[in-house]
Write a protein that binds this ligand. Structure first.
Ligand code: B12
Length: 316
């Protein structure tokens, strides 16, 4: 996967002349930078945005290093979800990548395709597995394909600025579910945050050290599986007591049922990535950035609006 392309490659992909693309670059219609040798280069993320904004069709996506059919099939989310589930079960990685990148071009927003295509498709595969309609190997292979696609999407998102807000996170010990965690990282990167994705199955002790050292604005915790609820809650409570006060803890994941959440302190519970995006933006809003904000002040009004649940006794 290319992360930047030349005007010639873009011209081939949309079948226009190279001189037209160079002119658009020089007019500022496409964000361009120059190599040390003075050649124009266009980050793939700006190419995708340009195509969407100016309604250009990708005729030869492979010129950009994208799968051959990208840009040519339906963009309806429900249809895309059904089709995505189908190609995941078939193990057709190229088709899966096409669907996702096509939606990325159409919507210019990875949270939409993660919340509304990838996640429901995986949920459906889980349901099929329960009734014997999908093999374990198909589920595992589907996860691996999704993970690779998420990493590719991450590559086309611009690097965050060094002054951007920092978020750190992962999943707790005994939680091996890496996809929701990877999606959280991608969501925050998409809105310009720096992120340290610490991965899965982290003991709370090491998370404590990580937040004390990095002092992020957000610590996210994705919780899809809890082995021992009492132990999880006790470890979590110790962790929140040691976390620096300016760190807003954002939690999410299918294992955080209402009963569990009632026993936890957090700044925000988000049941999808769109909610997290709103919450993070509310923290990074002008005037709040970098300052210590009580999480229950930072949440609303966006929180209420977005369906974000602010913790029972948000940390001060
Ligand atoms: C893939 C998978 C696995 C893989 C995970 C691979 C991996 N390394 O990630 C493995 C092989 C580990 C696995 C194992 C098991 N699994 Co499993 N698994 C799944 C499956 C099919 C997909 C999970 C997934 O990645 N979903 C996609 C994510 C993105 O969706 P999500 O978690 O809902 O996340 C969204 C939101 O919750 C939110 N979110 C999540 N986290 C966070 C965090 C923050 C901060 C925010 C803001 C938002 C947020 O945003 C996401 C995007 O919208 C699910 C089906 C399902 N319903 O999800 C079953 C499922 C979860 N598994 C199930 C089961 C039964 C098991 C096993 C017990 C099977 C077994 N007999 O061994 C084991 C348990 C292992 C364990 N210790 O947990 C059941 C759980 C049933 C239950 N009631 O608890 C499910 C629901 C399948 C089913 N329909 O029965 N599984």
């Amino acid at each position: 996967m290319k992360t930047q392309v030349s005007p010639k490659q873009l011209a081939r992909a949309i079948q226009v002349s190279e001189s037209s693309v160079k002119r658009w670059c020089d007019q500022g219609l496409i964000d361009t930078f120059r190599t040390a040798g003075g050649h124009r280069r266009i980050p793939l993320t700006h190419v995708l945005r340009f195509l969407r904004d100016h309604a250009y069709q990708l005729i030869r996506p492979e010129a950009l290093g994208l799968p051959p059919s990208t840009g040519q099939s339906a963009r309806d989310l429900n249809y895309a979800c059904t089709r995505f589930r189908h190609v995941l079960l078939e193990g057709d990685e190229t088709a899966a990548r096409s669907i996702i990148f096509e939606l990325f071009i159409a919507y210019d927003d990875p949270t939409v395709l993660m919340d509304r295509v990838m996640t429901p498709a995986l949920h459906e595969i889980g349901e099929l597995w329960v009734v014997g309609g999908a093999q374990v190997y198909q589920e595992r292979r589907a996860c691996e394909i999704c993970l690779r696609i998420l990493h590719e999407l991450r590559q086309v998102i611009p690097e965050p600025e060094s002054s951007a807000c920092l978020a750190v996170g992962g999943t707790p010990e005994c939680d091996p579910y890496y996809l929701p965690n990877t999606m959280v990282d991608l969501t925050l990167r998409w809105i310009g945050w720096r992120t340290h994705d610490l991965g899965v199955a982290l003991p709370f002790d090491t998370l404590t050290v990580a937040v004390q050292q990095a002092r992020p604005r957000i610590l996210w915790l994705s919780v899809s599986h809890i082995d021992d609820e009492a132990r999880f809650l006790a470890d979590y409570e110790r962790f929140t007591q040691k976390a620096p006060p300016e760190v807003a803890i954002a939690v999410g994941g299918r294992a955080l049922t209402e009963g569990v959440r009632q026993q936890m302190q957090y700044a925000s519970f988000c049941d999808n990535l769109r909610h997290l995006e709103r919450f993070a933006k509310s923290l990074a809003a002008p005037g709040l950035n970098g300052k210590q904000v009580a999480s229950d002040q930072a949440g609303p009004p966006q929180a209420a609006d977005a369906g974000i649940q602010v913790g029972r006794s948000a940390r001060q």
